[in-house]
Design a protein around this ligand. Structure first.
Ligand SMILES: Cc1ncc(COP(=O)(O)O)c(C=O)c1O
Length: 424
């Protein structure tokens, strides 16, 4: 995962106690035991400063935008600073940031706008590894004659079949839609390489970075993608979505909008009144990650550098948790882990892991764990293509464990003990 090297002499050990202090909800008890939040891929917990930012917005700035009075002006300033925070987060300019309800809604709107310029016979490439939010919005264009090509996965390690991808991209391809990381099996896709292939064919590149964002630093300039969507509620912020678009594309494509609303980008993409209090929370989420970076690496000079330091530290920490988890799972009878398990290839995956145990239904296991205060998810998590491709859809999908930087080795050990008990 990408994060430039920092001088190790200035890097402190990962301070998990400090991290957990920032997240008050981690203190929750279930049946007298501490809750273990291994459910991050469906939404992470939020630090106190995100809650404070939402509350402060209501206290000091609550108004609609572009009014000639104090609270409205404060709202305008807050939105600009939230765009600046997201621009640092993704390494772009702030007028290339669009806020929206969630990634799914944003992607449907974008697909509709791009679709206005497509004609019958044009092609869009999607993948079997992706969440349906990066498939269905593009499939909706089939109604106007656009042809969808779907890239297969290699069943053995749940990575994209790159040869199939190369075959499916052609002169007819207008857009390639690929996820940065799989929300089911954790595979990280070679997005920069795929972007080059898309651009060589004259196609646009759309990246769904929803699952990658809590695990790795995103650099849209280095990727050179045309669009990239992610959802702050997966990286310690509130329930919203964001879109990066290259300025030229955000200005060129025309979203559906109400007539009195501005035609100026990026605001023209933000239909209706935004959830302003949560936009305030997004900026605070980015600042939390930057603060973590400063805490891990005392000499950071900018927010972007602090974000780099944070991801460098969390990547190292999460990899240690993942290694322990996989080693432990492999000792449990009937265990079948999906995706990459070879530690030498951990740079190709993040710390989200799915498995099945014998013939046990994933819901039965999730309920057993949930009763013991261990929160995991069961099912397909909307990665429908993958669940079908692996033959899991008719059998309840998989059990998913998501490890983020606020999880601990003790929680991994508790999970493994509980699974051992279940298996017995
Ligand atoms: C990889 C991935 N893409 C897209 C989505 C959809 O995001 P949202 O809930 O913001 O619409 C999710 C949600 O789980 C996801 O994991």
């Amino acid at each position: 995962m990408s994060a430039p090297a920092l001088h190790s002499s200035e890097t402190k050990a990962f301070d998990i106690a400090w991290v957990r202090e920032q997240f008050p909800s981690l203190k929750l008890q279930v049946n007298g035991r501490a809750a273990a939040f291994l459910d991050g891929p469906a939404g992470t917990q939020v630090p106190q400063q995100v809650m404070n930012a939402v509350q402060n917005y209501f206290l000091r700035s609550n108004a609609n935008t572009y009014g000639a009075f104090l609270t409205s002006r404060r709202t305008d300033e807050m939105i600009l600073s939230a765009r600046a925070a997201m621009a640092d987060f993704l390494n772009c300019d702030r007028d290339e940031i669009v806020f929206g309800q969630n990634m799914t809604t944003i992607t449907f709107a974008l697909a509709r706008a791009i679709g206005r310029e497509l004609k019958s016979g044009d092609e869009v490439v999607v993948t079997t590894l992706d969440h349906d939010a990066n498939v269905a919005p593009w499939r909706a264009l089939e109604e106007q004659g656009v042809v969808i090509r779907q890239v297969d996965v290699r069943e053995s390690d749940c990575t994209l079949d790159m040869e199939d991808l190369k075959r499916k991209i052609s002169a007819k391809t207008k857009l390639v839609a690929v996820g940065y990381a799989s929300n089911m099996v954790g595979t990280i896709n070679p997005v920069a390489e795929i972007t080059k292939l898309a651009h060589a064919a004259g196609a646009l590149m759309f990246v769904d970075a929803v699952h990658y964002a809590p695990h790795g630093l995103i650099d849209v300039k280095a990727l050179d993608c045309d669009f990239l969507a992610c959802s702050p509620y997966k990286f310690f912020g509130p329930h919203m979505g964001t879109l990066y678009g290259k300025r030229e594309h955000l200005q060129r494509f025309k979203p559906h909008k109400v007539r009195p609303a501005t035609n100026v980008s990026p605001e023209c993409w933000e239909t209706g009144t935004q959830v302003q209090e949560l936009i305030a929370g997004i900026a605070a989420a980015v600042d939390y990650i930057a603060e973590l970076g400063g805490h891990c690496h005392s000499t950071v000079k900018s927010r972007r550098e602090a974000l780099q330091a944070a991801y460098r530290a969390t990547h190292h920490y999460e990899t240690a948790l993942l290694t322990r988890l996989i080693e432990g799972l492999q000792t449990i009878p009937g265990m079948r882990i999906f995706g990459i398990t070879d530690a030498k290839r951990f740079e190709e995956r993040c710390s989200t892991l799915s498995f099945r145990m014998g013939h046990h239904h994933p819901t039965t296991i999730a309920t057993f764990l949930g009763d013991r205060g261990i929160f995991t998810w069961d099912g397909n998590f909307y990665a429908l293509n993958l669940s079908e491709r692996l033959g899991l859809e008719r059998h309840g999908g998989v059990l998913r464990v998501g490890l983020v930087h606020y999880n601990t080795m003790e929680e991994v050990a508790r999970l493994l003990t509980a699974l051992g008990e279940f298996a017995a």
